[in-house]
Design a protein around this ligand. Structure first.
Ligand SMILES: [Zn+2]
Ligand SMILES: [Zn+2]
Length: 283
């Protein structure tokens, strides 16, 4: 038997991929594309506009002052207020609530978003203020993640079930195409959009079961499948770039809720949070 050091070493893949600087612009474009001819078209288009506002928020000086050490929660109320203006919220169906976004309320809601992101519950009450708070938090957390990924201790990151940057749960997994990452599977954080390398064909939810079955809707969304586990009866979606290079986990997840219904009928429970998934849409 060969001593371990003489075995050829494969080029190890990047364990962590920070969110791209234009992550929200890409998501906006994807929402728009998916909205076309979709039964949830108006909602997906509304999310496209919100994603564009997120990209604009990411470009503001206030976001650029975020450091890897910033207490992000404290920064949420100001970011929400700025996003509200950038989104022109009143013009996008948010005139129905009086914008009583006082600091205490926002901080309280932000705590509940963090719990949701950690996987404690998978849908939120369909309150429009929730969307604004989630959207602002995603921008803050993505900015911090970009800085944290560069820190040396992050290079030693090993297999993780939760996001190595912020501790949130994965929204889904993405099978990469192109570059040096073809075929590699990454999990994407539901809050900061960091991607971390994950072994294929192992259940992400219970870490015990093998992924035994891939379920997909016939015809539509060929790049989106549900990885189901017989061990924990849970599932998480996989988005495959080799089948559709434009696939974007956060957007494609919400455009494929019909798959959740199908998989639910087979007795599997959704195991991954999407912070924009609200009770009304999930029903
Ligand atoms: Zn994260
Ligand atoms: Zn499992």
């Amino acid at each position: 038997m060969l001593p371990p050091q003489s075995l050829p070493t494969a080029v190890s893949p990047a364990l962590l991929l920070p969110p791209a600087a234009d992550v929200f612009a890409r998501r906006a474009a994807r929402f728009r594309c998916l909205a076309d001819q979709h039964s949830l078209g108006p909602w997906l288009n509304w999310l496209a506009v919100l994603s564009e506002a997120q990209q604009n928020l990411a470009a503001t000086p206030a976001i650029h002052t975020v450091s890897a050490q910033t207490d992000l929660l404290v920064a949420v109320p100001a970011a929400v207020e700025q996003l509200r203006q950038l989104f022109n919220a009143d013009a996008h169906g948010m005139d129905d609530f009086a914008m009583a976004l006082d600091e205490a309320f926002v901080l309280d809601q932000a705590q509940s978003v963090l719990q949701m992101a950690a996987g404690s519950h998978l849908t939120a009450a369909a309150d429009r203020s929730h969307f604004l708070i989630v959207a602002a938090m995603q921008v803050l957390w993505a900015q911090a993640a970009r800085l944290r990924v560069q820190q040396p201790q992050m290079a030693q990151t090993e297999a993780h079930d939760a996001c190595p940057c912020c501790g949130s749960a994965a929204l889904g997994s993405i099978i990469m195409a192109g570059e040096s990452k073809a075929g590699l599977r990454y999990l994407e954080c539901c809050l900061c959009a960091t991607r971390w390398n994950a072994v294929r064909a192992r259940c992400t939810l219970c870490t015990q079961g093998e992924v035994v079955q891939y379920l997909a809707l016939e015809g539509a969304h060929v790049a989106v499948q549900a990885e189901t586990c017989d061990c924990c009866q849970g599932y998480i979606k996989t988005f495959t770039q080799t089948k559709d290079i434009a696939v974007e986990p956060a957007a494609d997840d919400l455009a494929s809720l019909a798959l959740d219904v199908l998989v639910g009928e087979q007795g599997f429970a959704r195991g991954a949070p999407n912070l924009f998934l609200c009770d009304a849409e999930a029903a």
